[in-house]
Ligand binder design. Sequence first.
Ligand SMILES: NC(=O)C1=CN([C@@H]2O[C@H](COP(=O)(O)OP(=O)(O)OC[C@H]3O[C@@H](n4cnc5c(N)ncnc54)[C@H](O)[C@@H]3O)[C@@H](O)[C@H]2O)C=CC1
Ligand SMILES: O=C(O)[C@H]1O[C@H](OP(=O)(O)OP(=O)(O)OC[C@H]2O[C@@H](n3ccc(=O)[nH]c3=O)[C@H](O)[C@@H]2O)[C@H](O)[C@@H](O)[C@@H]1O
Length: 452
Amino acid sequence: MIISVIGVGYLGAVHAAAMAEIGHDVIGLDVDEQRVTALQAGHAPFHEPGFEEILRRGLASGRLRFTTDYADLAAAEVHFLGLGTPQRKDGFGADLSHLHAAMASLGEVLPARAGAPTLVVGKSTVPAGTARLLADRVERLPGVHLMWNPEFLREGFAVQDTLAPDRLVYGVSEPGTPTADEAVRRLDAVYAPLLDAEIPRLVMGYETAELVKVSANAFLATKISFINAIAEICETVGGDVTDVARAIGMDDRIGAKFLRAGVGFGGGCLPKDIRAFVASAEEHGVGEALGFLREVDAVNERRRVRAVELAREMLGDLRGRRITVLGAAFKPDSDDVRDSPALDVADRLLQAGADVRVTDPQALANAAMRVPGLAVEPDLETALAGAELTVLLTEWREYRDLDPRRAAELVAVPRLLDGRNVLDPQQWRRAGWEIRSLGRAATAGAEHLLPA
Ligand SMILES: NC(=O)C1=CN([C@@H]2O[C@H](COP(=O)(O)OP(=O)(O)OC[C@H]3O[C@@H](n4cnc5c(N)ncnc54)[C@H](O)[C@@H]3O)[C@@H](O)[C@H]2O)C=CC1
Ligand SMILES: O=C(O)[C@H]1O[C@H](OP(=O)(O)OP(=O)(O)OC[C@H]2O[C@@H](n3ccc(=O)[nH]c3=O)[C@H](O)[C@@H]2O)[C@H](O)[C@@H](O)[C@@H]1O
């Protein structure tokens, strides 16, 4: 099938390459010329394991290309929408302006198919009600139908999650009607290889599909803030949140995933999605139903503040003190620094007057753009040299695997704050380090301490 993907950012670029990978003719469009040029040249504009491989394979096969010109989309039978839906400038609801602008441009090329069946498929994360609003506009054109097919991929696993998702969700105007059934058949044809692999597919109304997406992200954020709230208690009463998480996670009804306590969640999605969900509920007059999400957000914010406080407890006055921050990306295996807890904490330490040096295997270019004046150092050993405090904030493998004895030789003072609870405190203490973590009382782990 001939397919277009409009908006080739993290979601859209991976989706476009994945659709070419499963045999479709794909054209990806973006208004960002630099991005289109890079993609067309086979260069990933962001770090995503496995993406460049399928991008290059798609380009080489002739089934994948990129453009900035909407006129090039005229022949496509299916248009996927991968536009960003960032937080509005007022800080709360979702900014749908990119989506509306793209729909206006697409509206000019849709008539070129002269009434032949054409499917427009939204993938962006949007407040409930958005799809119906867009459908009212676009379905006036003969042959055009709109579906909402939210995306659940995780950065760092984007290719795998696109080609083998846990489920496919199809939002239609009215489930069970002949028009909806026809649209479902056409989207099934796009995803045929995935459906053949028995990936479950659920059909529901637009609003339900939109709600599935924001509910999933709200649940994940809640689970993280839940364990981080317990971390706050552990720090005060003398517990170890990693043991709490391990023990409660063994209960199948709770599950071990998304119970990693630390500096909290960030990224281009969870924080803005929970805020947009609350804003949307308020607009519908049911804000109190999601009041707890404000607390989820507040717990998350407090972890960042606490990381700086803990640095102060360990160092005293932060002014002029040499701090090395391990990690800038919002999570490992990504160069994304959107609302990154690591970068935010580094910035707060900088604002407090510390002499901060940040290292990260992939995200330093993005970090330096976001926080002007931040000192960045790509080489881990150089970054550690002379540190009075080392703060681990993104759990890249190279930091989890750090040898405490070697690291102790590099720093000025072997003093470490583990903001992700990934290092073994006993092992580090044995190597001579003073170590504190978010979610463990100062002495947690020390009771088993063996002589060095
Ligand atoms: N990044 C992720 O891991 C996931 C993102 N999502 C959702 O997918 C959507 C996209 O997210 P990202 O890919 O992260 O955003 P992004 O910001 O990386 O990509 C959006 C792209 O749309 C382009 N664009 C803006 N206006 C345009 C227009 N008028 N015409 C064509 N292109 C235009 C931008 O230049 C940009 O390249 C959001 O709603 C997000 O919440 C959902 C699941 C996963
Ligand atoms: O809508 C989206 O964009 C996506 O948002 C998240 O994916 P992503 O933001 O890529 O990353 P996650 O793995 O969910 O991590 C988000 C943040 O939570 C933090 N986290 C995660 C898990 C955990 O136990 N503890 C924790 O602090 C991570 O460090 C990271 O900062 C969801 O997991 C995806 O399903 C969803 O499609």
